[in-house]
Design a protein around this ligand. Structure first.
Ligand SMILES: Cc1ncc(COP(=O)(O)O)c(C=O)c1O
Length: 416
């Protein structure tokens, strides 16, 4: 069989929606300056779907630094991988500042979070080891584990009894193999918005011998007294052995880092294959990250963000909407209706109420659930919140009254 014959016309579980949804529900184009109001499909919408938590993405000071660094260095310097020719003092300076900020001995920069954490997982584990992970961990963690030869044990999302069962099994396995145990969870789960139960997880260290890796992509900059993330918020930052965050959210940029003990970071630096054999972060991203970190330390952005989060989340709850168990900025609204109803509802929301949020469906979340996910940011205003609450109230009523039932089959009947 010709390989391409097999894959032509087979776009996979997300791609089966392509003909129906591309350009609108998936791969939509938001245009205009990054802010709480952007252009979509020719009209202004209040935008709740970008992780620009602290509003730094389009901040004039950030834009100025980014532009200056691009003028000073271009987009190429330094060239090559860090190991070969792409290292610089600035990379080390940024690593030192990041480490100090998240209260760790050392940090190591990676060029993308996805590749970085995948390689970090891969490089720490061998076939004798066991990794025990939360069932809702991000795709990059699952891919990292797929690359590694270590045994995998999954526990139900945030189910500490399940984790303990997994640890018992892992302990037996490693006693035989002579390997070690890595537990992986997230600071904030990006779809439901609930924090990983980090405190309960680290409490198990008293009984089981494991190391703990936390992906804090959504917690960094948004949680904790200083913004150092979910570990700081829950008072267990010291017990996180490997801390990870991307620059793609609060920092509104590209790049990521891992932080922990000096010797472990040194191991990662020499062994993360996606970094050792790939181009280093270019200087404008390094300089830009330094400025972003400096601004992130000014907690007025975080305070502003939380004013918006509190108004949005309490307003949704007061209007009877189900926002689940979020205890972070991520604000999911759980809807009960068919896929056609959900798609029509989102269209109504965008076209007639001027509200843009993401719709999350399988395979990003388990089958049978539809979440409308709102990401509040420091750049939103109370007016944005009020308009959004009014829209959600109206739309939820329409859904309840069966208004969207008329479209049953409108979208799903077209699926390949
Ligand atoms: C939880 C989580 N981990 C890792 C990543 C990957 O980071 P990056 O976008 O830097 O590749 C993301 C997405 O940005 C994420 O949401």
């Amino acid at each position: 069989m010709d390989l391409f014959e097999k894959i032509k016309g087979n776009l996979g579980p997300l791609g089966k929606w392509a003909d129906v949804a591309e350009g609108y529900w998936i791969f939509p184009k938001l245009e205009g300056e990054l802010s709480s109001r952007m252009q979509f499909n020719g009209r202004e919408v209040v935008c709740w779907s970008i992780n620009n938590y602290l509003g730094l993405g389009n901040h004039p000071d950030i834009r100025a630094i980014d532009a200056q660094a691009a003028a000073d260095y271009g987009l190429a310097y330094p060239m090559g991988s860090r190991m070969m020719s792409g290292d610089s003092d600035e990379h080390y300076k940024l690593e030192a500042e990041l480490a100090a900020f998240v209260q760790k001995e050392a940090a190591v920069l990676v060029n993308f979070g996805y590749q970085g954490i995948m390689s970090a997982i891969d490089s720490m584990l061998d076939r004798k080891d066991v990794v025990v992970y939360d069932s809702e961990c991000h795709a990059c963690i699952l891919d990292g584990m797929r690359m590694s030869l270590a045994r995998r044990i999954v526990f139900d999302h945030n189910d500490i009894a399940g984790l303990e069962k997994g640890l018992k099994r892992a302990t037996k396995l490693t006693e035989k193999s002579g390997g070690g145990i890595l537990v992986i969870s997230e600071g904030v789960f990006g779809m439901r918005g609930d924090q990983g139960k980090l405190r309960e997880i680290v409490a198990l260290k008293e009984y089981y011998n494991f190391r703990f890796l936390v992906d804090d992509a959504h917690g960094f900059g948004t949680l904790g007294a200083t913004g150092a993330g979910a570990g700081e918020e829950q008072g267990v930052q010291d017990d996180i052995d490997v801390y990870f965050s991307t620059f793609a959210k609060s920092m509104a940029s590209i790049g990521a880092f891992l932080a922990g003990d000096k010797e472990i970071m040194r191991h990662l630096k020499y062994n993360m294959r996606s970094q050792v054999f790939a181009k280093t972060l270019m200087m404008p991203l390094v300089k830009g990250a330094m400025k972003r970190l400096e601004m992130l330390k000014d907690t007025t952005h975080k305070d502003k963000l939380w004013t918006i989060v509190d108004a949005l989340q309490s307003g949704l709850k007061e209007r009877g909407l189900d926002i689940g168990t979020t205890n972070s900025c991520v604000t999911p609204v759980y809807m009960h209706g068919s896929m056609d109803e959900a798609m029509e509802l989102v269209r109504d929301m965008r076209e007639n109420y001027g509200i843009f949020c993401s719709m999350v469906i399988y395979p990003v979340i388990p089958k049978g659930m539809v979440i409308l996910r709102l990401i509040p940011t420091a750049s939103h205003t109370m007016k944005d919140v009020e308009e959004t609450l009014d829209a959600f109230e109206a739309i939820a009523k329409k859904l309840k009254d069966g208004y969207y039932k008329a479209v049953e089959g409108k979208y799903t009947s077209k699926l390949a």
